[in-house]
Design a protein around this ligand. Structure first.
Ligand code: 2AL
Length: 164
């Protein structure tokens, strides 16, 4: 969608464009209310500012909507389609899948939430390396990394949703 169209949508329709980027009503409302944006850079800067920082509760709520790395999102919602695209490069190889599953479960056991990483543009090897290394983080270190990954995913999705 063109930025000019996004700028002039009714608030509920503009919110519906933003929600698949990250399902957080505070972030969505801040951006809807900040319209009109003069250019796409302004929109992306506002989107980043509104995502910094997330509260822990916001992170937990948003994470509930992300499938595990290595699991294909089901259904034809906008979010599911975006997730499938982001994870398109994740190997379907049985050994890689088993390793992802094992490390995902170890991560969930330690941190009590799904492992989140901006998957677009990353190889399976890179994801496995990050997952292994992040397992050594303290909960405080890890929540900062998760927040950053959630911002990156939201910004990439928004970048893809709005044309200049
Ligand atoms: C995902 C996903 O679905 N897309 C992405 O970039 N990361 N999931 C995840 N658990 O990290």
């Amino acid at each position: 969608m063109k930025l000019s169209s996004f700028n002039s949508l009714p608030a509920n329709e503009a919110a519906a464009v933003l929600r698949p980027c990250v399902d957080n009503s505070r972030w969505v409302a801040e951006l809807v209310d900040a319209r009109p944006f003069g250019d796409k850079e302004q929109l992306l800067a506002a989107a980043e500012a509104a995502a910094e920082p997330w509260s822990e509760a916001e992170i937990d709520a948003a994470l509930a909507r992300h499938p595990r790395i290595g699991e294909r999102a089901e259904g034809n919602s906008a979010e599911a389609g975006l997730s499938r695209g982001e994870q398109a490069g994740v190997s379907r190889d049985a050994v890689a899948q088993a390793e992802l599953r094992r490390l995902n479960l170890a991560y969930e056991e330690k941190f009590g939430r799904v492992f989140l990483i901006r998957a677009a543009g990353r190889s399976t090897e890179d994801i496995l390396k990050q997952l292994t290394s992040r397992l050594d983080n303290t909960p405080e270190e890890e929540i900062a990394v998760v927040g950053q990954q959630l911002r990156e995913i939201a910004l990439l999705r928004l970048d893809g949703a709005i044309e200049p």
